[in-house]
Design a protein around this ligand. Structure first.
Ligand SMILES: [Zn+2]
Length: 276
């Protein structure tokens, strides 16, 4: 078994998507072989939230988040509230997500995105769960909502408010969100040549505020860019991150895994390992 110091966590991976239909079991096995002993699978709608829970019940190393992605906000109806609450009570659900705002693709009208974001932040408050946040070109509204929301939070399951997944805003925003109790999710783009701003953020923010993730099947790190991403590749994110911040790989693995354990409320170490 890999020793705890090299255990990695992929804190954001869409294993429920069709892209993994042909080889999901092998993908999960490859992750374990690489040292990725925990994977958080967020939902993007009700169906994928249910599927994430089903995966988490099949694989001890998988945890689920439930929520409606901003792209799907236009499907919201009032019955969703109770449905999400009931899904979130499943024992392997560690967060409400993936929720947030996306003004880049605007697949749902802005007003609807804002409403659905607020409804789901309320659910997270009620259940004392952290949130997994998607932000694309919506930084100002994201900050407004999350700063207000974080002030209302009392006791959470873990030790933080949530994570700004695949963080792509600027360093000032990163610090504002850290001050509000959030972690910053570092994904494959940090390995890209044009990622000067992400590298600056990684260097400036403390390791205690970082999570690592793949966002697979998207955001494939260098040198596999263009291919399907998978959770084993979170090791490449950890390697590049370590190089950029001048920190030993094992230390990066240990700290980011501890951060994930703190946020999502599981014990660090080897419990829930699939290597029964
Ligand atoms: Zn995602």
């Amino acid at each position: 078994m890999t020793e705890p110091s090299t255990i990695l966590v992929d804190t954001h991976c869409h294993l429920t998507l069709d892209a993994f239909d042909n080889d999901r079991g092998q993908v999960i096995q490859r992750a374990l072989t690489t040292g990725v002993h925990k994977i958080v699978v967020p939902g993007i709608d009700l169906e994928s939230s249910q599927e994430a829970i089903a995966l988490s019940e099949t694989y001890p190393s998988i945890f689920a988040a439930v929520g409606i992605h901003p792209h799907n906000a236009n499907h919201w109806n009032p019955s969703y509230r109770e449905k999400i609450i009931s899904l979130a009570k499943s024992s392997k659900v560690v967060a409400i997500g993936e929720i947030g705002l996306d003004y880049h693709r605007n697949l749902s009208p802005k007003e609807q995105q804002l409403n659905v974001f607020r409804f789901q932040l309320d659910i997270a408050s009620e259940l004392k769960l952290p949130v997994i946040i998607h932000n694309r070109d919506a930084t100002s509204d994201i900050i407004d909502y999350l700063v207000i929301w974080s002030k209302r939070q009392q006791v959470l399951v873990g030790s933080g408010m949530g994570v700004l997944h695949a963080f792509s805003a600027d360093v000032t925003t990163a610090f504002q969100m850290i001050d509000a109790g959030f972690l910053v999710g570092i994904a494959g783009p940090i390995t890209y040549k044009n990622a000067a701003s992400l590298r600056e953020i990684a260097i400036k923010i403390p390791s205690s505020s970082m999570l690592i993730e793949t966002d697979a099947p998207y955001l494939t790190p260098h040198p596999y860019r263009g291919k399907r991403n998978e959770p084993a590749n979170v090791a490449l994110v950890a390697e590049h991150l370590s190089e950029i911040i001048g920190q030993d790989y094992r230390t990066t693995a240990r700290i980011t895994s501890q951060n994930a354990a703190g946020l999502f409320g599981w014990q660090n170490g080897t419990n829930y390992s699939i290597l029964h």
